[in-house]
Design a protein around this ligand. Structure first.
Ligand code: 6PG
Length: 237
């Protein structure tokens, strides 16, 4: 596998925490801090949400927080090509754990229209993303193969795109829509939430310099990875 540029590795800040609950607590605090700073400096906070299951406990904490929600703009790192009310949709998870419980205006929640052809949804979302850049904070997860969002290690996409259509994804469902490395990197900060023993090998490969999709996010963004003890290869298990 290709190696990362040595500069890339130095840019990432790794925080090894106790357990998934501490990761969620620190992630929630980080989002709220970032939001307060962005609203104070620019009158708005644009946040990209991670999909998958890891961020659910962070979103549940955010649902209990107090914030200037009407200044928040919500985007999604990726979406699975399923009907909008399908329980496997990343947007449904975020709505049920958080967005349906706070007063972020509906027009500020930019859901990816992923119920049709991925190419059609990708084109439509690209114009929304172009108008939003740069983001203030991007939240991402990490797959056990080093994928992030729906950017998978062996899939190539045009570098010029802000949003890709994905077919034959190795993680079901096969059809997805994802922000590109370029779009995810156009953020002031990027925060990865990584928990669980099954992520340990991907973290070790990333730290050893493997050019995984997660490792390619940057280089201008400040990248922080919150790990729990199970996902941290430097900790015994
Ligand atoms: C998805 C996600 C994907 C996810 C990782 C980790 O649609 O599945 O965008 O990138 O973040 O696969 O998933 P877990 O948090 O469920 O381990």
């Amino acid at each position: 596998m290709k190696r990362q540029h040595p500069k890339s590795l130095k840019r990432v800040r790794w925080l090894s925490l106790r357990d998934p609950e501490e990761v969620a607590q620190r992630a929630c605090a980080h989002v709220l801090r970032c939001a307060a700073r962005a609203v104070n400096e620019r009158g708005r906070f644009s946040l990209v949400l991670a999909g998958g299951s890891t961020p659910a406990s962070t979103y549940q904490r955010l649902a209990r927080a107090a914030a200037d929600w009407h200044h928040w703009q919500i985007y999604f790192s990726d979406e699975r090509c399923l009907p909008p009310d399908n329980a496997e949709r990343n947007s449904r998870m975020a709505q049920q754990t958080w967005l349906d419980r706070v007063t972020i205006p509906a027009e500020n929640i930019h859901i990816i229209a992923a119920e049709n052809e991925p190419e059609q949804g990708a084109r439509a979302y690209a114009s929304q993303v172009a108008a939003a850049l740069p983001f203030d904070l991007v939240l991402l997860g990490l797959g056990n193969d080093g994928h992030t969002a729906s950017l998978f290690p062996d899939q190539k996409h045009p570098a010029s795109e802000l949003v890709h259509a994905v077919r034959n994804a190795p993680k079901p469902p096969p059809e997805r829509i994802t922000l590109s490395i370029a779009a995810l990197s156009r953020s002031r900060e990027v925060l990865f939430l990584v928990t669980g023993r099954d992520k340990r090998d991907a973290v070790a490969a990333w730290q050893a310099g493997a050019c995984l999709p997660a490792a390619r996010i940057g280089p201008d963004a400040v990248v922080t990875v919150l790990l729990d003890a199970d996902a941290d290869p430097s900790r015994p298990f």
